[in-house]
Write a protein that binds this ligand. Structure first.
Ligand SMILES: Nc1nc2c(c(=O)[nH]1)N[C@H]1C(S)=C(S)[C@@H](COP(=O)(O)OP(=O)(O)OC[C@H]3O[C@@H](n4cnc5c(=O)[nH]c(N)nc54)[C@H](O)[C@@H]3O)O[C@H]1N2
Ligand SMILES: Nc1nc2c(c(=O)[nH]1)N[C@H]1C(S)=C(S)[C@@H](COP(=O)(O)OP(=O)(O)OC[C@H]3O[C@@H](n4cnc5c(=O)[nH]c(N)nc54)[C@H](O)[C@@H]3O)O[C@H]1N2
Ligand SMILES: [Mo]
Length: 766
């Protein structure tokens, strides 16, 4: 395959058949995030699919919960008429697009041909309309339609044939509702395994581990109100303008209330620097406002060193909350001693941030009566992420910023219900109390041995110990690390089963037998014996609320709800009576959740209240369920990454035109990249130092103990990026991440600091 080397093609040339090479052009970068342009783009996306009425119901009481990110809804009094963002609109447009991947589509393209297609192309084929079977033993290289009954019976045979239930893996992506997720964990545990990995393992696992041990709860504590009224908002490793766009409205309110912001990021993301709030007067006029008051261009994985610099400075100034430390915490003295013993120059080298800038940050902290620390993947997806988060907690404890108005932890979650999935049992190591409750409620023996998380499941799949893989949404083959090993491992499974809305890359790597079971999506009407069904979700702030689909457009297709499919498999395989009750009325699933998980009292009743209800949150009340019943300070070590001559650290990020592996389009206007995705953002001085120029094509090669991995042909983009560090988009960069490279304790793939070098392969093009 020849890489393009000269001209600058137009969007239309990014055709269906473009698989490996695309043609990025560098153009104008937005100066501010969201605003009018955001709403304009949203409407443009939704209008052709007649999805505007759906949009107007989004995040309103009695409407649907946005299927995109997990950003909390404002309180009911503050709801805007349009409570959605550009990316929520894209998510809805994607679900409601009129295209369909009918049996004719699957007959036209063989599995071998599908392997060469990008997720952009696959997703744009539209909604899947029929259940499908691929059977390698038949010699036919296509997926063919199959009846639901036949599909369930094949799954039953496969599950019954396993020598050991731990040869099965049940993966969940965070869009699934509480009801579907609960049914799914019930199916796995009924079979006898806790192998329930989820996308949360790839995402905020480090957050869960660090917060559980320091604060006694693996979730954030700040409420929407805290975010709006805080004096100082510190954003670490996130790109909210793209990934949580509705947060811009919250930032606007925070700023109006006199709040300040510090943004810590190797890239000055547009959505951190300036914004236009479409629902304000200024925003309506297209006038942008400054967002970050202090931008801190940290090195990749330099945040732990940075927070240690800051914590030391605060201790040195005695700008700490002695009363809080005395009353609520444990371990302060050791931490103080450790921090003061660290070498200043070493910390500066680790973070890349000068003492002068740290001092400015400390000034802002000193002035602030309340501080929120918010973080996302720029923090969680590193080798020592857990320790970085613990150091950020040290900061909040030093300054008494937990459990008071305007303060707290704010890990912005990813998928719209990834947090809810965890709460209702999608976790390989659910606590004993839950497993016992489940056993008592349903009356079957529930396994106690911990299951496998995503990375360990993939290792079992890679190494030949697994036979059955089932996926509730998601696209694990594409979003996991070591794409190639993952593809081969999946093809060696006896059976793979995907509950999906649209074709995706994982379907192209089927097991011996593979089923694609097409599901109703959140916007679709879901009619059951007891009437139209609601589902429920939990957002990043721990609020549980209901969502009900209204669209009837897909009724003509042979789709079923996720709950229906999962419970039908349970019914057919195990013959228990309870499965059918769960299908007929999802209220019965909520009753079971209420009966097995604390905090869900009067579940069915409370979701009827506009805005839903809050789950209990200890840290918010300064109740810390840790080993000492106090909030824990922790000693964290900093090891500065030494890069061999010529090497970079590489991070993989999202463009403004995708939702994980769902690629809406090929433009990232916030970073000025159009019509293509194979770009690598590099500091211009770093390019010059390696004899490269903006526009050069390079292969990116990562180095790991077991050898090298290569991602071919990326266009260098000169960009204001922290030095010695570069970024590419996910999932294009996933081939570079070794599966064995995972975070300490949380086992999250190290997606954001991969050691790489460049090999120039082509001439400059514009
Ligand atoms: N539109 C849209 N919305 C989404 C998603 C989507 O794909 N599209 N995905 C959803 C999901 S599942 C999730 S988990 C979230 C993800 O939300 P984000 O975490 O915002 O996602 P990324 O694009 O990975 O961006 C990571 C950011 O961290 C920065 N970063 C990288 N490494 C470091 C570091 O070492 N230190 C610091 N301080 N910063 C660093 C990067 O420059 C980038 O700005 O968004 C959710 N929302
Ligand atoms: N390199 C790199 N890799 C990463 C990351 C990174 O930052 N860098 N981030 C990681 C993170 S944070 C996450 S969360 C994972 C995401 O991993 P996943 O959640 O596994 O992947 P998605 O791309 O979000 O899943 C998209 C697919 O879900 C299906 N789908 C969409 N809607 C529905 C629905 O309503 N029901 C069902 N059943 N299916 C549906 C569609 O078929 C679609 O193709 O990726 C991880 N991978
Ligand atoms: Mo995520």
């Amino acid at each position: 395959m020849n890489a393009p080397q000269t001209d600058a093609p137009t969007v239309s040339r990014i055709s269906a058949e473009a698989n490996v090479y695309d043609y990025p052009k560098i153009g104008k970068k937005s100066k501010a995030a969201a605003g009018k342009h955001g709403v304009y783009h949203a409407m443009k996306m939704a209008a052709p699919n007649k999805a505007v009425p759906t949009l107007l119901k989004m995040n309103q009481h009695g409407g649907i919960d946005c299927p995109s990110c997990a950003w909390p809804e404002p309180s009911q009094n503050d709801l805007n008429i349009v409570e959605f963002c550009e990316n929520g609109a894209k998510a809805v447009a994607e679900e409601t697009a009129p295209e369909t991947a009918t049996p004719e589509f699957w007959a036209k393209y063989s599995v071998t041909e599908l392997k060469d297609k990008t997720d952009f192309w696959l997703g744009h084929q539209g909604r899947i309309t029929e259940p499908l079977l691929y059977d390698r033993s038949s010699g036919d290289d296509h997926y063919r339609p199959i009846s639901w009954e036949k599909a369930f019976s094949l799954i039953k045979d496969q599950l019954k044939s396993l020598d050991d239930p731990n040869q099965a893996v049940f993966y969940t992506s965070g869009r699934a509702s509480n009801e579907a997720a609960y049914a799914f964990q019930l199916l796995a545990r009924r079979l006898g395994t806790n192998n329930l990995p989820d996308c949360g393992n790839l995402c905020h696992e480090s957050t869960g581990v660090a917060l559980s041990e320091t604060l006694g709860l693996g979730k954030g504590s700040a409420t929407m109100k805290d975010l709006e009224t805080t004096d100082l908002f510190i954003s670490v490793g996130q790109n909210p303008g793209t990934n949580h766009p509705r947060s811009l409205t919250t930032f606007h309110k925070m700023k109006e209330n006199g709040g300040k912001m510090i943004a810590i990021n190797p890239m000055p993301e547009v959505g951190l620097m300036a914004f236009e709030e479409p629902q304000s007067v200024k925003g309506g006029l297209g006038i942008s406002e400054k967002l970050a008051d202090e931008y801190v261009q940290v090195r990749l994985d330099g945040d732990r060193a940075l927070f240690q610099q800051l914590n030391r400075e605060l201790i040195r100034r005695d700008a700490i909350d002695h009363v809080f430390i005395e009353k609520f915490t444990s371990g302060f003295d050791e931490v103080k001693e450790h921090l003061m013993s660290l070498d200043e120059r070493e910390l500066e080298r680790g973070s890349g941030i000068s003492a002068a800038q740290v001092s400015r940050m400390a000034d802002m902290v000193e002035k602030a009566g309340s501080v929120v620390v918010a973080w996302t993947l720029g923090v969680t997806q590193h080798k020592d992420a857990v320790f970085t988060i613990r150091e950020m907690v040290n900061f909040l404890l030093l300054t008494g910023n937990i459990g008071k108005p305007g303060a707290g932890t704010a890990p912005f979650r990813g998928h719209s219900n990834v947090q809810g999935n965890r709460t209702v049992g999608i976790w390989e190591k659910m606590p004993e109390a839950f497993l016992k409750n489940l056993e008592d409620y349903f009356g079957f023996p529930v396994p106690r041995e911990h299951g496998l998380d995503s990375v360990d499941s993939l290792k079992q799949i890679r190494d030949g110990g697994n036979k059955f893989f089932m996926s509730l949404g998601g696209n694990l083959v594409r979003v996991a690390s070591d794409t190639t090993a993952c593809q081969e491992g999946m093809m060696a499974q006896e059976m793979t089963v995907h509950l999906s809305t649209k074709p995706n890359g994982s379907h192209a790597y089927p097991g011996e037998k593979s089923l694609i079971l097409p599901v109703l999506s959140r916007t679709d009407v879901d009619m059951k014996k007891s009437g139209p069904q609601k589902i429920t979700v939990e957002n990043s702030a721990g609020v549980v609320s209901a969502s009900i689909g209204k669209r009837k457009a897909n009724l003509g297709y042979n789709l079923r709800s996720e709950v229906d499919i999962i419970c039908s498999i349970g019914r057919e395989t195990f013959g228990d009576d309870f499965w059918q009750d769960l299908i007929d009325d999802y209220g019965n699933i909520r009753n079971a959740i209420e009966g097995t998980i604390p905090g869900f009292e009067r579940y069915n009743e409370r979701i009827e209240k506009p805005g839903g209800f809050y789950l209990p949150n200890g840290p918010r009340e300064r109740v810390f369920k840790t080993s000492t019943d106090r909030a824990q300070f922790s000693v964290n070590y900093t090891n500065v990454k030494e890069l061999p001559e010529g090497y970079f650290l590489l991070s993989t990020v999202r463009s403004h035109d995708q939702f994980n592996s769902t690629i809406y389009g090929l433009d990232d206007r916030y970073r000025g990249v159009y019509s293509g995705r194979r770009v690598v953002f590099v500091n211009p001085e770093d390019l010059a130092a390696r004899g490269l120029q903006d526009g050069d094509l390079v292969d990116i090669v990562s180095v790991w103990e077991d050898g090298e991995r290569r991602a071919p042909s990326f266009r260098c983009v000169a960009y204001d990026h922290a030095k010695d560090c570069v970024s590419v988009y996910m999932p294009e960069g996933n081939v570079l991440v070794p599966l064995d490279s995972a975070s300490e304790r949380s086992n999250t793939p190290v997606y954001k600091s991969v050691l790489v070098r460049f090999e120039p392969v082509g001439k400059r093009y514009m």
